[in-house]
Design a protein around this ligand. Sequence first.
Ligand SMILES: Cc1ncc(COP(=O)(O)O)c(C=O)c1O
Length: 367
Amino acid sequence: MSWIQNLCPPHIQELIPYASAGRETRSGDIWLNANENPLEKKSGGLEKALNRYPQFQPAEILNAYAAYSACPAENLLVTRGIDEGIDLLVRAFCEYRRDLIIYTPPTYGMYSISADAQAIETAALPLTDDFQLDLAAFKGVYSMDLMRGSMSGAYPKLIFLCSPNNPTGNVLDREDIIQVLEMTGGKSIVVIDEAYIEFAPDASFIAEIKNYDNLVVARTLSKAFGLAGLRTGFLAANPEIIAVLQKVSTPYPIPVTSVEIARSALSPIGITAMQDEVNFINGQRESLRSALESFDFIDEIFPSAGNFLLLRVKRAADLLAFLDERGVIIRDRSSQLGLENCVRISMGTETEQAGLIAALKAYGDSL
Ligand SMILES: Cc1ncc(COP(=O)(O)O)c(C=O)c1O
């Protein structure tokens, strides 16, 4: 048994996935095998009829993402956003009361929430003061013969990293990630969440999948592609990990509508449009940064390679209450480790950002 199969709890090793009609690869003209309604339903200019179930892993969307990401389709799983991908990873590799995952706060909340929801132990290895990986802490975990924190006495099953990181905005140091991949090889799966990677494409690790069989890269159409409402994301990994994840996936995760819209977003025209929007949003970020520099109640504007800015202000609660009253909604991140009085602002249109700046000016005048 390979180390990846060995990493799965016994009930997943033994699991035989539901043999849905959508997993069928046969061809034919008369399809009477899925208890569908035979009367064709088409809507809104869709090519495919909605009375039929979609394919389990629709080839069009996998091939389109493979062409865009230069990652072969056999290395991809399409999911209902990264959030579903995180959940599948925890479900496939972790066992209640036995296993452990690692996350690196301050970071995206769903890694620990997905684990908590399944009663899987979590261990935080906080980022350093400049929001980089604490390699000494990782070495501490991996130099022990057995991981004492875990009830099974084994190594953590999953390590979640996020780069560019939400909510801090920075990219994790490439060499540090490589050291983590090296020290965890054959022991743990390292998941790099690249939700914001189109804003910092050089930082991607997707091309490293062929070099590290313990690497999973998570991607989404929710951010740069502007399709958060479509709920479409991808996990990229070696085919053995993909096969394990396929076992725990629902039989028809991706709606027919999502397949068609995603295929068009991933066409050459769609990709050019996305890149234009990324340039626009990067411009918005830098123009907002310079506008914010004039406010005395902002102590720090952190560097960002995402579509958002993290700021440390003098009194976050007061500022948020003032903005809320004026219908300007930004995100309080003060409760996160090391982020006292920090707020996160997503980039908006020119009009939205002008409204934000006017409200901030009014707040400044009120002090
Ligand atoms: C780092 C990170 N990962 C994943 C997600 C969720 O992605 P999706 O919409 O693909 O589920 C978010 C959303 O804010 C995020 O910030």
